[in-house]
Design a protein around this ligand. Structure first.
Ligand SMILES: Nc1nc2c(ncn2[C@@H]2O[C@H](COP(=O)(O)OP(=O)(O)OP(=O)(O)O)[C@@H](O)[C@H]2O)c(=O)[nH]1
Ligand SMILES: [Mg+2]
Length: 276
């Protein structure tokens, strides 16, 4: 091993060497990678760890398939997918029904919902697909959360608040959800949208053509440039790009002329001009 690694690095590496199961190995290797400084001297070793990580993941998938471990996925629709996680009988279906156009079964006993339920929240030109995750929390239903952009950890006034927070935090750690928000089930539709939108870090980019009103926006990652917007619209917009005119938060003034490298902001209106 290279000698220029921090002292505590060995601790993580030992833990990895001693890990027994594939899941433990993956977890330990993640720590090792996270604690390996990025520099020229560690380039090779980090590449090796990453290859090992890919191998372990593959091995894990194979094992799961053999053991009959099923995985489920919900077809992603709309611009963003958000999973709703909450304790059994806490009011997840009621919440989904109130916020979206869906009509899930609601009943006063736990585990009414056994398959993921889906609804669409449309707000401010964005479509957010909400998925109620059954509180059985089997690996199969939890596998549906892999495609989600955000987890809503739903807190209901029906059950003890601190108990809910403890249980939901446990799940969050176990499944390593990185993007999540705690939400009270009484939240308004507008406030919910605002909190989801702020957390996922995406932007709406409207496009304008001479003589046409602006339509539905493109939903893109924060930090996206005019180049990415042009490519997303059509490859010809990139190929024949001359300049763009921007109106909105990223422009210093209405109709500012910019190039491909210009970084866009939420609610920008972009008018692309092409070479003749
Ligand atoms: N006090 C209170 N009761 C609620 C609330 N939301 C739902 N309920 C009631 O709680 C019961 C369970 O509601 P559901 O929406 O089916 O709960 P769920 O979390 O989807 O339940 P499972 O799918 O069985 O886990 C129903 O009797 C609802 O009328 C709430 O915010 N406050
Ligand atoms: Mg339910």
């Amino acid at each position: 091993m290279p000698t220029n690694l921090p002292a505590e690095w060995n601790k993580y590496y030992d833990k990895y060497l001693n890990a027994k199961t594939i899941k433990e190995k993956i977890k330990a290797l993640k720590e090792v990678i996270a604690h390996t400084p990025k520099n020229k001297a560690t380039d090779k070793i980090r590449a090796r760890f990453k290859r090992k990580m890919a191998e372990l993941r593959k091995e894990g998938e194979k094992k799961k398939a053999k053991s009959g471990g099923k995985s489920l996925s919900i077809k992603k629709e709309g611009d963003v997918q958000v999973s709703i996680i909450g304790l059994a009988n806490s009011g997840k279906s009621t919440f989904l029904k109130r916020i979206t156009n869906s009509n899930p079964k609601i009943a006063d006993y736990p585990y009414t919902t056994t398959e993921p339920e889906v609804g669409m929240l449309e707000f401010d030109d964005v479509k957010i697909q909400l998925v109620e995750i059954p509180s059985t929390f089997t690996p199969e239903v939890l596998s549906t959360t892999r495609t989600s952009d955000l987890m809503i950890l739903l807190i209901s006034d029906r059950l003890d608040e601190s108990k809910q927070i403890i249980e939901l935090r446990k799940l969050k750690r176990e499944y390593e959800w990185k993007k999540y928000i705690f939400v009270e089930s009484s939240v308004s539709k507008e406030e919910l949208f605002r909190r989801i939108w702020n957390k996922i870090g995406m932007i709406r980019v409207y496009t304008k053509y001479p003589g046409k009103p602006t339509g539905k926006p493109m939903v893109m990652m924060k930090g996206s440039t005019v180049e990415e917007a042009a490519k997303k619209l059509h490859k010809d917009f990139f190929r024949y790009f001359k300049f763009a005119k921007i109106t909105g938060p990223s422009a210093n003034f209405k109709g500012q002329r910019v190039g491909l490298e210009h970084v866009l902001k939420d609610k920008d209106i972009v008018e692309i001009h092409l070479k003749k």
